[in-house]
Design a protein around this ligand. Structure first.
Ligand SMILES: [Zn+2]
Length: 306
């Protein structure tokens, strides 16, 4: 399958600076680079693939770096292009910083650049009066803070886990989407909260399966999310399953794509049974359905993946 057209963004300043220096300065030449993304236009809150194409690949032995503060895990099939997953927070600015480190024999060059991103189309609930929200008491707030810290630790650790995920990425349930990612609640023009997962319909006891291979990083009972399972798929990719009636895995266990990991429930703060499916790249929450579009069955496994 032909990949869609991609954005090509030269690191600002480099193209001009290097134009006359190719023959006399291999160091500068090594630092000249283009960035391609898939999809070509990166939407904030969606998973994307980033490809780094050094202009003089012969000089480059390895590429790493970061996007929006999260480490990149770049892999090369051919020592010409370097690619990996990337994500941008839904509330990030239009211009997102990218740092690339181009390693060569005897040193490395750091390129500070950026990609331009677009705002996702999401539903907004606009409120002009203060919403009456049930506020957790201080003990519950402290518990929520501890649970957020545990989830963040899973994300951080995932950057140190070798890649376990593979294509195609599956759905954890083949069912109707009842609430999409990013839906916001806006109060007097300010976004107060966002729905940072995809809700999939289900009855209590219905199976939830692993979308790809991973290690069970956390099984817990959280205040808001109820019974949860977090899977670490490696290289920064984490998925989580909220409001379960029960988990069918234990921490440390390796799971394969399609294996049952739990059952749909209505634990935690919910009004009815459903699966709230979370996906994060590091600590950046992304729309799981954007990952299915990028890595799912409809996309042929490219020879140069990830
Ligand atoms: Zn939800």
């Amino acid at each position: 399958m032909t990949l869609p057209p991609r954005a090509v963004i030269a690191a600002p300043g480099w193209a001009a600076a290097v134009a006359g220096a190719l023959l006399c300065s291999p160091d500068l030449a090594a630092a000249q680079v283009a960035i391609e993304t898939e999809p070509a236009v990166v939407t904030r809150g969606q998973l994307a693939r980033i490809r780094v194409v050094p202009t003089v690949p012969d000089l480059v032995t390895r590429v790493d770096g970061s996007i929006a503060g999260e480490p990149l895990h770049l892999w090369t099939p051919n020592a010409v292009t370097w690619s990996g997953l990337a994500a941008v927070p839904i509330d990030a600015a239009e211009s997102v910083p990218v740092t690339l480190v181009l390693h060569r024999s005897g040193g490395a060059d750091t390129v500070e650049t950026h990609i331009t991103t677009v705002e996702p189309v999401v539903a907004m609930e606009r409120l002009s009066v203060a919403p009456k929200m049930a506020q957790p008491d201080s003990a519950a707030q402290a518990r929520i803070a501890r649970e957020i810290a545990r989830a963040r630790a899973v994300s951080r650790a995932s950057h140190g886990t070798p890649r376990l995920w593979r294509e195609p990425l599956l759905l954890p349930r083949e069912s109707r989407i009842t609430s999409t990612f990013g839906t916001g609640r806006e109060f007097n023009g300010k976004v107060l909260s966002r729905h940072l997962g995809t809700d999939l319909a289900g009855a209590v006891g219905d199976a939830v399966t692993a979308p790809t291979d991973g290690r069970v990083a956390l099984v817990a009972d959280f205040y808001l999310a109820g019974k949860v399972v977090y899977l670490d798929h490696g290289e920064g990719l984490v998925t989580a399953y909220f409001h379960l009636s029960q988990a069918r895995v234990s921490e440390g266990q390796l799971v394969r794509a399609g294996e049952p990991i739990g059952e749909v429930g209505q634990s935690g703060r919910v009004t009815g049974p459903h699966l709230h499916w979370v996906m994060r790249y590091g600590n950046v929450s992304v729309d799981p359905m954007s990952a299915v579009a990028l890595l799912g069955e409809s996309v042929a496994t490219a020879a140069d993946s990830p």
